[in-house]
Design a protein around this ligand. Structure first.
Ligand code: ZN
Length: 56
């Protein structure tokens, strides 16, 4: 059994253009969920577009 010490939550990185969830990552939720926006590669558009964090 693995113990998790840090408050981390798995989130999706959702493409702003097509709404597809391309990446899964974890963020710290110790002080509330940060509204992060990252430029990631989307295979739909075949270019880098802004992805926003999407909680489950
Ligand atoms: Zn896209």
């Amino acid at each position: 059994m693995a113990k998790r010490k840090s408050k981390r939550e798995y989130v999706w990185l959702e493409c702003k253009q097509c709404g597809q969830r391309n990446y899964r990552t974890s963020v710290s939720v110790a002080e509330g969920t940060p509204k992060l926006e990252l430029k990631k590669f989307c295979k739909n558009e075949r270019m880098h577009v802004v992805h926003k964090i999407r909680r489950k």
